[in-house]
Design a protein around this ligand. Structure first.
Ligand SMILES: Nc1nc2c(c(=O)[nH]1)N[C@H]1C(S)=C(S)[C@@H](COP(=O)(O)OP(=O)(O)OC[C@H]3O[C@@H](n4cnc5c(=O)[nH]c(N)nc54)[C@H](O)[C@@H]3O)O[C@H]1N2
Ligand SMILES: Nc1nc2c(c(=O)[nH]1)N[C@H]1C(S)=C(S)[C@@H](COP(=O)(O)OP(=O)(O)OC[C@H]3O[C@@H](n4cnc5c(=O)[nH]c(N)nc54)[C@H](O)[C@@H]3O)O[C@H]1N2
Ligand code: SF4
Ligand SMILES: [Mo]
Length: 898
């Protein structure tokens, strides 16, 4: 390892950048703020030759390098490797950039990746918290104790002994696995573990969309990017593609704009997405969107602009003549994360129809109509604006509404996706002429449809029993898990007959966090820290000292994708990326698989009778063999719609890979579309989708063409404006209730709660350019380019004498955060916003000075078990200590300097 560091130091990079990394190189920062797409699509670059594998000037090799994060994009990254060190990075220059066949360019995070891989704050050795032992854990010192370097043998021995002791004493459910897959296989061999569940990304979309439309494509059911160009109006409802779908989405939307689509953005913040699309900005109060939608629908119906024929033909529940009936058999729903749920169709009382609800008639007469004026009081959008948008959407066709997860990432969130889909139905826009209403974010944004490329399977098997405590039954929900660790029970479901919420007792004495970082990234972190401090043993695998690692007792250092044999990356429907082996493992880091295998061998050595498994039972083939298998199984969809083998792999290729691997790899040579060498050189394969109509995506076409022959998968076979099944399901989950109609519900920690409980600021937590969640938060370049600052409305700030740069204290009943203010008119009054994912750093008074938003969020599970990150009731004030260092000058979490 020392050898590699010597090479790095002698290479063309300053020691300070790589090893200390506390001051950003200014030249780099200027480059960082570039967006990954061309702002003007006329600016196509001239065709370039394939990037030379060898860079003559620098004398290194360009190798395609993984960018593997859950970042909402998927792009091409390349690393210039010289003498085993990465000295530069670049992105896609494999072909000319045109709107129809665009380059897959990396963002500022991907281009900073080498700072992560070679960072001085990489975890270098297995380590143990100084005052921890399984007999005397000193949990109260977690997060503050010193670290000791230990050998892998000691790390595996101490871990195996601790696990065995706890499993003997409390049984296998005592270990709560927050994330990761390889160490849990060892736990399976010992009898299992308690898993975790709950939707965070798409908020209430997944189950709600399925109940209402009968289709599980809550994110993919958007038009593809060519059909998108046929839309006349696009509403981005709480979606910020320029930031949270890095890569091509904003550029694709620009093509639709150039082709004539008008854009509207509904968001509490004036976002980076708005200007490039010439969009109208409609500022809105968070978590009140359902009220605005109902106001729009009421105005459309009152103006006679609704599509009665569509509603009668495709929907149930709109008016008293079209209510769901009991004439269809039992309908089974297999939700993503819980047990399957059976709904028996019922006759629904015609009095419960949606039309009466919005018009304030029939049984709803006492409530009044859901007029734009009514909505305006709640959501803060002027009634006139609501009416204008309503008429525009009802009369401009085809028009699509793309929401992100954000507006549904609120407590009691199901009514938002439900109401939004109903708005589409009322205007006859859901599924007609490619128009769509869908949660179109992350890497499906702007380009819906099934993936056109795929990597093959790894072909690896493990030979340990399945976990007998499955995800769908015994898992603990994100919103309850810390409370369950502290207090010993969590919700299983609510018994419909007795009305009792059935609780499941747990006795958690161990926490394991592999990939992911639930402590920082799930709600109620302050309670999470208490839970960490309570258990006997906390184990973590990571390559940096993130929050989970910091509060653990033993930390296994793992490799990054750059140090592993390789990986195929998907997520972008048109392109498959090859992350190749770039460097040898840093210091003593091991891959997750090696860690699982090492622990299994140790467990077997110590307890052969109770644990009859060894490394091969965790994973039976090498990681190099897995790469070859994935390459061999890679496919693409050709212009006739057929799935084809992508790669030609020869016997020489297999020999070449065997040499790299230092072992004999097995693979039958095969014929494909391109050679493996071509794939390696380009680093990706991109389908030319302009080529054929086969690649187009028209959601719901078959149902719209013939609803009788092609019913959707709801209890009624139609789109459900009245969904008793969803209501019963949410009741069964056991956290809260959902009206069968898309009403404006009470939202825990919503706007009204804030007024009532005297915490009038609503905190929202946007996804931020600096990070992919909490990945990259430690990189100096990104810290300098994107400071962690609190957006505060200019009028609010004036009233409180807060100026940009002043340190502001944010308080909720769950925690406190202090951060500099960014005073701006880009956010609505009464709302503050902080980028999610900063690495919590609590000072001696328990105030988090890094600005980790989950310090403030509440342990409240609602609805389908999703998390309500986007409305937390807070107070703000000027902080007493104004001396917090600028982010880029914060010391790094360097444990062992070398
Ligand atoms: N307040 C608030 N909180 C949020 C959100 C929000 O909007 N607001 N958003 C939520 C959303 S949408 C999501 S998806 C979650 C994300 O939550 P997580 O998935 O928990 O977060 P990531 O930051 O992606 O964490 C990835 C971690 O895994 C580590 N890692 C990466 N590769 C490997 C590997 O190969 N092996 C191992 N062992 N570790 C690896 C990284 O170093 C990093 O620490 O956060 C949620 N949290
Ligand atoms: N840079 C970056 N990009 C990412 C990620 C990341 O960590 N960093 N994470 C990826 C992942 S896993 C996910 S799940 C996605 C999340 O993707 P999104 O959900 O699109 O991301 P957000 O930034 O949370 O929210 C989008 C917009 O919704 C607005 N918003 C918040 N609350 C409300 C509301 O109540 N109503 C309305 N109308 N608007 C609201 C926010 O101001 C924001 O501008 O992002 C992905 N992309
Ligand atoms: S968008 Fe994601 S995959 Fe693309 S370069 Fe940025 S971090 Fe990497
Ligand atoms: Mo997410």
């Amino acid at each position: 390892m020392a050898n590699l560091f010597e090479k790095m130091l002698s290479a063309d990079i300053s020691r300070r950048d790589f090893l200390k990394g506390t001051v950003a190189a200014t030249a780099g920062v200027a480059g960082l703020s570039m967006t990954a797409y061309a702002a003007d699509s006329n600016l196509t670059t001239a065709p370039v030759e394939h990037a030379p594998v060898v860079d003559n000037e620098e004398g290194g090799c360009w190798v395609s390098a993984a960018c593997w994060h859950n970042c909402g994009g998927r792009c091409l990254n390349k690393a210039l490797v010289k003498d085993g060190v990465v000295i530069r990075q670049k992105t896609d220059d494999t072909h000319a950039d045109t709107p129809d066949f665009p380059q897959q360019r990396a963002c500022q995070r991907g281009r900073s990746q080498r700072m992560q891989v070679f960072g001085a704050d990489r975890l270098k050795y297995p380590m143990k918290r100084k005052n921890w032992s399984i007999d005397d854990p000193h949990g109260e010192l977690r997060g503050e104790d010193e670290w000791e370097r230990i050998s892998w043998d000691e790390a595996f021995t101490l871990t195996a002994q601790a696990i065995k002791k706890l499993y003997d004493q409390y049984g296998p459910e005592t270990c709560f696995v927050l994330g990761g897959s390889q160490v849990p296989k060892v736990l399976q061999g010992l009898g299992g573990f308690t898993p975790r569940w709950g939707q965070v990304s798409w908020g209430a979309w997944p189950d709600a969309y399925k109940f209402v439309t009968g289709n599980a494509g809550y994110t993919n059911n958007a038009p593809d990017r060519f059909t998108l160009r046929e839309q006349k109006l696009v509403i981005l409802w709480g979606a910020n593609p320029a930031v949270s779908s890095a890569g091509l989405p904003e550029y694709n939307y620009q093509q639709a704009h150039k082709a004539g689509a008008e854009f509207v953005v509904i968001d509490p913040r004036y976002t980076e997405s708005i200007k490039p699309l010439d969009a109208q900005w409609i500022p809105i109060r968070p978590a009140t969107d359902t009220a605005m939608i109902l106001g729009m629908i009421q105005h459309i119906v009152a103006s006679g602009l609704h599509d009665k024929e569509y509603l009668d033909k495709y929907c149930v529940g709109f008016d008293r003549d079209h209510m769901p009936t009991s004439d269809r058999p039992e309908w089974t729903y297999n939700p993503l994360e819980r047990n399957s749920f059976v709904y028996t169709s019922k006759d629904i009382d015609p009095d419960d129809n949606f039309l009466d609800y919005i018009m304030g008639e029939g049984k709803f007469a006492g409530e009044g109509a859901k007029t734009p004026e009514w909505a305006s009081e709640i959501c803060g959008v002027p009634a006139e604006t609501i009416k204008e948008l309503a008429v525009k959407y009802a009369t401009t066709k085809p028009a699509s509404i793309f929401a992100a997860g954000a507006p549904a990432r609120i407590n009691d969130g199901e009514c938002f996706p439900h109401a939004l889909c109903v708005l589409g139905m009322v205007c006859g826009q859901l599924g007609r002429d490619g128009a769509s209403v869908v949660s179109c974010m992350h890497n499906a944004a702007s380009n819906g449809g099934p993936g056109l490329v795929s990597g093959g399977g790894a072909g690896a098997k493990s030979n340990v029993p399945a976990n007998p405590f499955p995800q769908k039954t015994y898992a603990m929900n994100n919103g309850e898990m810390w409370n369950a660790v502290l207090n010993g029970e969590h919700t299983m479901y609510k018994d419909a007959e007795t009305g009792e919420v059935v609780k499941y007792p747990v006795n958690i004495h161990m926490l394991y966090q592999g990939m992911g970082g639930a402590l920082n990234q799930r709600q109620a972190m302050t309670q999470g820290i208490q839970a960490y401090k309570k258990v006997d043993f906390a184990l973590c695998t990571n390559y940096v000292l993130n929050t989970s690692a910091k509060y653990s007792d033993i930390v296994f250092p793992c490799t990054t994708e750059w140090e592993r044999p390789g990986t195929l990356l998907t997520g972008n429907r048109e392109a498959l990326f090859f992350g190749q082996h770039i460097v040898e493992p840093m210091f003593e880091a091991k891959s997750d698989i090696e860690i699982g295998q090492g622990l299994a061998d140790k467990m077997h050595e110590l307890y052969p009778d109770e644990f009859p498994y060894t490394a091969a039972d965790i994973c039976d083939i090498s990681e190099w063999q897995q790469v070859l298998n994935k390459l061999a199984g890679a496919t693409f969809t050709n212009a006739s719609g057929e799935k084809k083998t992508l790669l030609t792999i020869t016997a020489d290729d297999v020999k070449r890979y065997s040499e790299k691997a230092g072992e004999e790899l097995m693979l039958e040579p095969q014929e494909g579309e391109i050679t493996l060498a071509e794939f390696e050189e380009a680093g990706m394969y991109q389908v030319d989708v302009a080529d054929s109509a086969v690649y187009r995506n028209y959601p719901f076409k078959a149902f719209i063409d013939d609803p009788e022959a092609n019913p959707v998968d709801t209890p009624s076979g139609k789109f459900e404006i009245h969904s008793q099944a969803m209501s019963d399901y949410i009741e069964w989950v056991g956290f809260s209730s959902k009206d069968p109609l898309p009403v404006y519900p009470h939202i825990t920690e919503g706007y009204e709660d804030g007024i009532a409980n005297n915490r009038p600021f609503q905190l929202i937590t946007h996804h931020y350019q600096r990070r992919s969640h909490h990945v990259f938060d430690n990189l100096t370049w990104l810290r300098e380019a994107f400071p962690q600052e609190l957006w505060v409305n200019a009028d609010d700030a004036k009233a409180m004498d807060i100026k940009t740069g002043d340190i502001v204290l944010l308080e909720s009943p769950y925690g406190k955060v202090a951060r500099p203010a960014y005073v701006t008119e880009r956010i609505v009054p009464g709302v503050v916003s902080l980028g999610e994912g900063a690495w919590a750093q609590l000072n001696k008074n328990g105030v988090d000075e890094a600005g980790a938003t989950n310090t403030l969020s509440s342990p409240v599970p609602t609805g389908q078990g999703h998390t309500g990150f986007n409305s937390n009731n807070c107070l703000i004030s000027k902080y007493e200590d104004q001396s917090i260092l600028p982010d880029a000058q914060w010391p790094k979490r360097i444990i062992f300097a070398d």
